[in-house]
Design a binder for this molecule. Sequence first.
Ligand code: ADP
Length: 296
Amino acid sequence: DLLVVGSANADLVIGVERRPGAGETVLGSDLAVHPGGKGANQAVAAARLGARTALLARVGDDDYGRLLLDSQRAAGVDPVGVLVGGAPTGVALITVDPSGDNSIVVSPGANGRLTPEDVRAAGSLFHASRVVSAQLEIPLESVVEVVRNLAPDSRFVLNPSPPRPLPREVLAACDPLIVNEHEAKVILGESCVSERPEDWAGLLLAKGPRSVVVTLGAEGALVASAEGVCRVPSVKVEAVDTTGAGDAFTAALAWRLGTGASLAEAAAYAARVGAAAVTRAGAQESYPTAAEVEAL
Ligand code: ADP
């Protein structure tokens, strides 16, 4: 079983002709509200593929919290770990201009109140999970607590997004650490002297994780471990909307690892899931079933 620990946000999206400057008001399209947040996205992506999935997260006791719980249940995620209350549900205020460029303000809200105590109290979920997947839209202390609560034979997958320097204890637990180009550069900081993704993978490995995956958008991904570095080919598709592709990739990879696949096999499957996700608009709405991945 897969346990996802992370954020749940309501994404509030307004299309605009032009994004406003300081002190300016612009008129926009009708408001669209979508369930989002990296944790919620990953859990939905895995469950859509058929994984037995639970989400450990926190939402507010409000309409957006109920929207998120509903979308988790509809996808088949076990919502027993979704805690309610303490602050309003996390929200992302997103304006998108006609070229697709966006400006985003995030209010972490309840995500910021998912505490180390909440993680400790979810011990039974950790015991039931072969793989635990996390991101960084919750407090870093809580991610540290996740690592400390892993069952002895379970595997930890981290997408450090939004990226920041990580304690060695967290890095050492990652198997794999999954980063895109931007995240790789932030985690490497000044030690990132090369423009070659193969070099980033090697430099990241030297920071302690047992394995590393670098996602490269339409170029696919790279897998690196003590055995070496290998390329994972991408699947050629007509990209419509790349929102949430990384979350789908990570969820699919984590699930496949839990079924006994090797890292290279799991990454190849995840690349197909990521490719399927970019062929449709939205994040959670765009996630494929296993049959749709098969048909790709
Ligand atoms: P993020 O969304 O975190 O920036 P990427 O853009 O690297 O992550 O996408 C994650 C994965 O999704 C990629 O490794 C790839 O497998 C798949 N993917 C993303 N964009 C495309 C695309 N345009 N065509 C095919 N596959 C894609």
